[in-house]
Design a protein around this ligand. Structure first.
Ligand SMILES: NC(=O)c1ccc[n+]([C@@H]2O[C@H](COP(=O)([O-])OP(=O)(O)OC[C@H]3O[C@@H](n4cnc5c(N)ncnc54)[C@H](OP(=O)(O)O)[C@@H]3O)[C@@H](O)[C@H]2O)c1
Length: 276
C-alpha cells in the first residue's frame, strides 16, 4: 500500500510549500474550504510530478475531519499529517479563530490518531505568538476541556479573548495567541499519549512568514513590523523556507523530534536580548 500524506490548509502558503517537499512516491491529500485554491495547488503539484487528491473540509467540523480520514485511508497508509489550516486575527472574530485553530487541531489529532499506526507523524502548525500568551490566561484546566467538553472549552477560550480591551482586532489577536498556545500544549499532550501507538507528534511555530496571511497581518499591526526588525536578517520568512523545514521535521529520520515545539522565527524572539 502506498503511503499517504494529508495536508490541511494545503491549498496555499506553508501547507502548499510543504507539499512540494514531500517525496513523490507519497500520495498527497490536500484539504481546505476553498475548492479553487485546492485545484490550483493540485495543478502546481501535479506539474511537479506528485499524485494529488483534493477534498473540501472545514477542520472545525469533526464530521468533515472524519470524512477526510476515510478518504485518505482508502488511498493508502496514512503516514504523515501536516495540520497547517488556520485563521489569523485579521481574518475572523475570536470565536471562529478558537473554533478553527484550537478545536480544529483537536479534531485533526483525535480523528487521525484512530487511522494512523506505528511510524506515523502529525505536525501541528502553531505560531511564535503562542509564546506571547499572558501567563494569567494560560489555564491548562481549560485546555483539558477541549477533548470532552468542547462547548465549555470554546466558551472559556472565547471569553478570555474578549476580556482584552480595545478594538475587535485586539480581541481576535488574543484569540489567536491563546489558540496557538493551546496548539503547542495539545501537540505535546498528544505526543506523550500517541507514542504508545508509535505515532510521533510535534508542533512548529513559525514567526512572520510571507504568505497571504502573514502579509495581511503586517499591513494591519505595528507589532508585526517590530517583529521583523527583531529578526537576525530583518526580514519575514519565505513560505518555501518553512515548507522545507516542516517537511524535514515530518521526515521519519527525525524520529527523536517529538513532544516539543520547534520555533522557526528568524531569531525574532531573541532579538530583544541583543538590543533590537
Ligand atoms: N504566515 C504567518 O506569518 C504565520 C505565522 C505563524 C503561524 N502561521 C500559521 O501557519 C499556518 C499556515 O498559514 P499560512 O501562513 O500558510 O496562511 P494561508 O496561506 O492562509 O494558509 C492557511 C490555510 O488554512 C486554510 N483554512 C482556513 N480555515 C480553514 C478551515 N476552517 N478548515 C480547513 N482549512 C482552513 C485556508 O484555506 P481556505 O481558506 O480555503 O479554507 C488556507 O489554505 C496557519 O495555521 C497559521 O496560523 C502563519
Amino acid at each position: 500500500m502506498a503511503n499517504v500524506c494529508v495536508i490541511t490548509g494545503g491549498g496555499s502558503g506553508m501547507g502548499l510549500e510543504t507539499a512540494r517537499n514531500i517525496d513523490k512516491d507519497v500520495i498527497l491529500v490536500l484539504t481546505g474550504r476553498t475548492a479553487a485554491k485546492l485545484e490550483n495547488a493540485k495543478s502546481i503539484l501535479e506539474s511537479e510530478g506528485h499524485e494529488v487528491h483534493v477534498t473540501s473540509c472545514d477542520v472545525s467540523a469533526r464530521k468533515d475531519v472524519h470524512e477526510l480520514c476515510l478518504l485518505a485511508s482508502n488511498l493508502g497508509t496514512i503516514k504523515t499529517v501536516i495540520h497547517a489550516a488556520g485563521l489569523s486575527p485579521a481574518m475572523a472574530d475570536p470565536k471562529t479563530i478558537i473554533m478553527v485553530n484550537a478545536v480544529g487541531t483537536k479534531n485533526v489529532n483525535m480523528e487521525f490518531y484512530k487511522y494512523m499506526n506505528d511510524g506515523g507523524v502529525i505536525v501541528d502548525i502553531a505560531s511564535s505568538s503562542a509564546y506571547e500568551a499572558p501567563a494569567a490566561l494560560v489555564k491548562h484546566q481549560i485546555y483539558e476541556e477541549a477533548e470532552y467538553e468542547e462547548e465549555k472549552f470554546i466558551k472559556h477560550m472565547t471569553g478570555e479573548a474578549n476580556l482584552i480591551p480595545g478594538s475587535d482586532y485586539n480581541k481576535s489577536g488574543m484569540a489567536y495567541v491563546m489558540s496557538k498556545n493551546f496548539v503547542v500544549w495539545y501537540a505535546q499532550k498528544c505526543a506523550h499519549e500517541y507514542a504508545a501507538k508509535g505515532i510521533r507528534v510535534v508542533s512548529v511555530s513559525p514567526g512572520l512568514i510571507e504568505t497571504d496571511m502573514g502579509t495581511r497581518e503586517v499591513e494591519q499591526a505595528d507589532f508585526a513590523k517590530q517583529m521583523i526588525e527583531r529578526t537576525c536578517a530583518h526580514r519575514m520568512g519565505k513560505p518555501e523556507e518553512l515548507g522545507f523545514a516542516i517537511a524535514s521535521i515530518a521526515d521519519e529520520r527525525n524520529g527523536y523530534l517529538c513532544g516539543i515545539d520547534v520555533l522557526i522565527d528568524g531569531g525574532a524572539s531573541t532579538g530583544k536580548k541583543f538590543g533590537k
